[in-house]
Design a protein around this ligand. Structure first.
Ligand SMILES: Cc1ncc(C[n+]2csc(CCOP(=O)(O)OP(=O)(O)O)c2C)c(N)n1
Length: 333
């Protein structure tokens, strides 16, 4: 595994970056807590997916990108969308099915994109994300601007044919793509040992002829370093990298799933490696926190969430007359 603070590129992160990542992870976790509360209050339609315990992977990898780059988030990557600049009042608008949501109230969960900030809309068939990202990366290569596409995929999603076709295609054409596998132990109720027999999914990179990296997904410094290296490679026209971030899904697949099938000891082991607590400890041990800084972040997050939830609750529901808009390229007459 890549180790924290080892290697050339970690030095690029200063304490302000670490504090910023602490803020983004705290915001993501607290935002998802609020979404869960709205769900329990019966204010949301549909399932609530969250990234509890995995916030470090999404935040630290997205933090490695530059303006103009793209991400293709899945259901555990809300932190990446927040880092890339999706406003949180729009995110609540989405969850509440309001016109202020990026899908204008046509969907009520994480199936939204935000093109103005390079956030590609998730694809439900998971593995199909990778060929789609190949298309975006191919366009960037043809334009010659080499904007990088960071594609997220779960361990389960890597077992689809589309995933393999996509990575092979990207390798062959040397596309500016970074594929980040979030290996969180389970695909719904299926543990990884019932999905594949390799120890590390990143070893598959060898078969595509591209670099593969295994990283501790709860160590934000390590995740950021590995992603930054892959992004640099992609931007230099050297093609894709396959990163496997080892992390853990601390809730069920969604809030309706009590995860009875997840062994307790695994939850305990991973709780001791919580990414926010690890970063807090790092900042404390290195004497990097300024007086009251952590408390100010927690206050700021609370304030921002109060405002964002309030704005979303005030926003209108979509007008039924508009239901066919946005479904076809040109609306049906
Ligand atoms: C082709 C396909 N099969 C099944 C599903 C239903 N489904 C949605 S998420 C999911 C589990 C995905 O697991 P993984 O890729 O490991 O991601 P995680 O949920 O652990 O983040 C399944 C089976 C789907 N969306 N698409």
């Amino acid at each position: 595994m890549a180790t924290a603070l080892a290697g050339e590129s970690t030095a690029v992160l200063d304490r302000d970056d670490l504090v910023a990542m602490y803020y983004y992870m705290t915001l993501t976790r607290s935002l998802e807590d609020r979404v869960r509360n709205l769900y329990l209050q019966g204010k949301l339609v549909g399932a609530v997916y969250r990234s509890l315990g995995q916030e470090g992977t999404a935040v630290a990898s997205a933090y490695a990108l530059e303006d103009g780059d793209y991400i293709a988030p899945l259901i555990r990557d809300l932190g990446a969308s927040i880092v890339r600049g999706v406003p949180i009042d729009r995110i609540f608008g989405q969850w509440l099915g309001r016109v202020s949501g990026p899908s204008s109230g046509r969907d009520g969960n994480l199936h939204f994109g935000y093109v103005e900030r390079g956030v590609l809309t998730p694809i439900s068939m998971l593995g199909a994300t990778i060929p789609l990202c190949c298309g975006v990366a191919l366009a960037a290569k043809r334009r010659g601007d080499y904007r990088v596409v960071l594609a997220y995929i779960g361990d389960g999603g890597t077992n689809t044919g589309d995933f393999h076709e996509g990575v092979n295609f990207a390798a062959t054409l040397k596309l500016p793509l970074v594929v980040l596998v979030e290996n969180n132990g389970f695909a719904y109720s299926t543990p990884t040992e019932k999905q594949f027999v390799v120890k590390n999914l990143a070893i598959r990179a060898k078969a595509y002829g591209i670099p593969g990296e295994v990283v501790d997904g709860n160590d934000v410094v390590a995740v950021n370093a590995v992603t930054r290296k892959a992004v640099r490679r992609a931007r230099a026209g050297q093609g894709p990298t396959l990163i496997e971030a080892k992390t853990f899904r601390m809730r069920g697949h969604a809030e309706h799933d009590d995860a009875f099938y997840v062994p307790k000891h695994l939850l305990e082991e991973w709780a001791a490696r919580d990414p926010i607590a690890l970063l807090d400890a790092r900042l404390t041990q290195s004497g990097s926190w300024r007086d009251g800084e952590r408390e100010r972040i927690i206050e700021r997050v609370k304030r921002e969430l109060d405002t964002a939830v309030g704005a979303a609750e005030q926003a209108a529901a979509p007008d039924p007359e508009t239901q066919q808009q946005g479904v076809y390229a040109s609306p049906m007459e």
